[in-house]
Design a protein around this ligand. Structure first.
Ligand SMILES: NC(=O)c1ccc[n+]([C@@H]2O[C@H](COP(=O)([O-])OP(=O)(O)OC[C@H]3O[C@@H](n4cnc5c(N)ncnc54)[C@H](OP(=O)(O)O)[C@@H]3O)[C@@H](O)[C@H]2O)c1
Length: 305
């Protein structure tokens, strides 16, 4: 006689935990979503096979089969930049397939994760979207930057709007935009191309992806920034400042209603937290909408588990 016993384990711990933290729901809903969610999760199946006839067969030992099903594939626009590389690295660490596109292509970082990313060299205004987006389950845009008024409108606004529409037309189910905190600035100070571009891009994400689009609004992002081969340790300033501002948060809260107060009071956020908040967003259907600095930190903590 032959016996075959199988047990299946579902390991979606980090993604489910993050949902629970950000979006509490009942156990029934939890189970329903676990099994019906579009978000991929890993299924590990262990099977043991044994002959009970008493005849020993050297080839008939227990069989352990672990099926590791990876179905997430992201395209990071600007994956070679400061925030982009952190997103690529975090995604790879969680078993997500990553393609990056930027004009400079592969960055000068070392580490095994670098070889696991597909580095595409291209300008978002001219890329072949059909080729780039084939098989992707989400697009993450880090496109943005400073320059002349026209340049800022173009890269923060137009480039992202183009990308959102390309992703939507291609049928990509999720779009994640790295935007920026408004620093509590009065609206007349939010007019420069940087902010107007960002807000137009945000509107495009939220209108084209009303129930899955994600907009992260970090303030100052710290970490180790690579500029022309040199490492700029922004964390030396950013990390202690973040800790200090979080420690005095209860005292400074009454000042939050003052215009522009967040220029001084918005806590910096680490580039890894932004990256892991993105990972959380990639893996969770329930993660959509606009996320503040504090919510980015919470989402990252849940995804790192
Ligand atoms: N750093 C911060 O403190 C901070 C704070 C709040 C918000 N943000 C936002 O976060 C995002 C990322 O910031 P970052 O500091 O990581 O910027 P970054 O280092 O300059 O990265 C921007 C990336 O976009 C790529 N890119 C620019 N134009 C492109 C084009 N036409 N086609 C393809 N790729 C293009 C760049 O690569 P190539 O130049 O090689 O093309 C680079 O990989 C930005 O949207 C920024 O506004 C940053």
């Amino acid at each position: 006689m032959t016996s075959l016993s199988c047990s299946a384990t579902i390991s979606a711990a980090s993604s489910q935990l993050s949902r629970r933290i950000l979006f509490p729901y009942s156990n029934a809903t939890h189970l329903h979503r676990l099994f019906h969610s579009r978000s991929p999760f890993r299924v590990g199946i262990k099977c043991s096979y044994a002959e009970s006839s008493g005849i020993k067969d050297a080839t008939a030992g227990p069989i352990d089969v672990v099926a590791d099903i990876k179905t997430e594939k992201i395209v990071v626009l600007g994956g070679s930049g400061f925030v982009g590389t952190a997103i690529c690295k975090a995604a790879i660490s969680k078993g997500i397939e990553v393609t990056s596109v930027s004009r400079s292509g592969r960055p000068k970082y070392s580490g095994s994760w670098v070889d696991q990313v597909s580095w595409v060299t291209g300008d978002v205004f001219y890329v072949n979207w059909d080729e780039l987006l084939a098989g992707a389950t989400a697009v993450v845009s880090t496109l943005g930057g400073f320059g002349s008024e026209e340049q800022m409108k173009r890269i923060n606004g137009e480039a992202n709007i183009l990308a959102v529409n390309a992703a939507k037309n291609f049928g990509i189910p999720k779009f994640i935009l790295i935007s920026v905190h408004d620093y509590n600035l009065p609206s007349f100070l939010l007019t420069p191309g940087y902010f107007t571009g960002k807000r137009k891009a945000e509107s495009e994400v939220l209108s084209k992806y009303p129930s899955s689009g994600v907009v992260l609004r970090p303030g100052f992002i710290y970490g180790k920034r690579l500029v022309d081969g040199y490492v700029i340790p922004l964390d030396l300033l950013g990390e202690p400042l973040e800790k200090f501002l979080l420690a005095i948060e209860n005292f400074t809260k009454p000042l939050n209603s003052l215009p522009a107060s967040d220029v001084l009071l918005a806590p910096p956020v680490s580039v890894d937290d932004v990256a892991f908040a993105v990972v959380n967003a990639i893996r969770n259907d329930d993660f959509f909408g606009v996320f503040t600095i504090e919510q980015i930190r919470e989402a990252a903590a849940a995804a790192k588990v």
